[in-house]
Design a protein around this ligand. Structure first.
Ligand code: NAD
Length: 357
């Protein structure tokens, strides 16, 4: 998880790898095991949080929970606004809930983390996108337009249930952008300063799995087998997000997303090829791993092709980011950069953002 530097100048640094304790069930139909997992936790009064898109699946889980279901909440919102969490907390208190089950995208999982942070309740996460929040000990919350992020092992869901059948309903645009969001976790893990042999292996497998499965899923979105491979790869990418420090790509996404309230996964999709083109020349190990998984094709060109195929906005200008703001964003990032293989300057970042614009 972090890198010590007890090594001398010519000796490799000491690497520290910390595992998060979580129990993961993965496979078609796994959602039917959620009620059993709740029983295993010894919980008897479940708050079921669901994205609107997961209403049908949530109804199925509710039926299997039977008398263990205490209350439901179906209005999670992106970036976990504290006002929404307060509404959910009122439901928790009225119902006397002792466990939270979240089924849906990163917004539903974020809300369950926020509820757990306030109550200590165990969580069961059932993700329906590739965002990866279920794998991390991180919670980002927003209040009055300001996002604050905290990291605590207790925030990571203790049980995660991946059922690839729940991803079959993702429309093509969400499939593509959510998978690109997951790919960004793997790519940044490969050039992270605290990468370990474990994260290198996971990130390489994740990137290869996503690049391999995503085109097949986009060709035939209802085919279960490529969907299952894509979800498995995204799981590994989520572990990478949890275990390494993210760099320039995530910093740009945070600063731009926060300044202009931009859609999370689309923003990741449009930035990733540009950050890869910027960083890979300074990250030879990451570059050679990515070249290996793309079968010797230029990884930037492969990722650019996937990003460009998005049927929604593909440029920052189309998301309403004013060109005049780019230098200011570049200056903010260059003034206090996240760890990154290439040191960004205001001028080089303005160039990068202008190309993405
Ligand atoms: P989301 O949960 O907001 O979902 C996006 C949309 O897709 C919603 O309308 C949702 O109902 C719909 N949807 C979800 N699954 C679907 C499916 N299978 N079929 C059809 N529609 C579906 O978005 P997201 O991209 O999953 O997550 C983004 C959120 O997660 C952001 O708030 C982000 O900050 C957070 N996040 C947090 C972490 C972390 O480690 N804390 C990591 C990644 C993302």
């Amino acid at each position: 998880m972090s890198t010590g530097s007890a090594g001398g100048r010519d000796r490799p640094a000491v690497r520290v790898h910390e595992m998060l304790a979580s129990r993961v069930l993965i496979g078609p139909g796994a959602r039917r095991l959620v009620a059993g997992e709740v029983a295993r936790l010894g919980a008897g009064r479940v708050l079921l949080v669901a994205s609107p898109s997961a209403a049908v699946a949530a109804a199925g889980v509710a039926e299997e929970l039977g008398g263990r279901l205490a209350a439901s909440f179906g209005r999670p919102a992106p970036h976990t606004p504290v006002a929404v969490t307060a509404e959910a907390m009122a439901v928790v208190e009225e119902a006397g809930a002792d466990c939270v089950v979240a089924i849906g995208g990163g917004s539903a999982i974020g809300l369950a983390k926020a509820v757990s942070a306030r109550t200590g309740m165990p969580q069961v996460a059932v993700p329906t996108t590739y965002a990866g929040s279920e794998a991390t000990p991180v919670l980002g919350e927003t209040e009055d337009g300001v996002k604050t992020t905290r990291r605590d092992p207790a925030l990571a869901p203790g049980t995660v249930v991946y059922d690839p059948d729940l991803t079959l309903t993702m429309p093509p645009a969400l499939t593509r952008t959510s998978a690109m969001n997951a790919l960004a976790h793997a790519v940044e893990a490969l050039w992270a300063p605290d990468a370990t042999m474990v994260t290198d292996a996971l990130a390489t497998e994740a990137a290869g799995g996503i690049l391999d499965a995503l085109p097949e899923v986009l060709d035939d979105p209802s085919a279960p087998e490529p969907r299952a491979r894509l979800q498995s790869a995204a799981w590994l990418a989520g572990i990478c997000l949890a275990q390494t420090r993210m760099g320039l790509h995530h910093q740009l996404a945070h600063v731009l997303g926060g300044a202009f309230d931009l859609p999370h996964a689309e923003l990741h999709t449009m930035l990733l090829p540009h950050v890869m083109a910027f960083n890979l020349p300074a990250a030879p190990a990451a570059s050679s791993r990515l070249t290996r998984v793309t079968g010797r094709d230029d990884p930037v060109a492969v990722v650019e092709g996937l990003a460009r195929g998005h049927e929604g906005p593909t440029r920052l200008s189309e998301l309403g980011v004013p060109r005049a703001a780019l230098r200011g964003i570049a200056g903010r990032v260059a003034a206090d950069p996240y760890p990154n293989p290439r040191t960004p300057s205001e001028a080089s970042l303005t160039d990068l953002l202008t190309t993405a614009w």
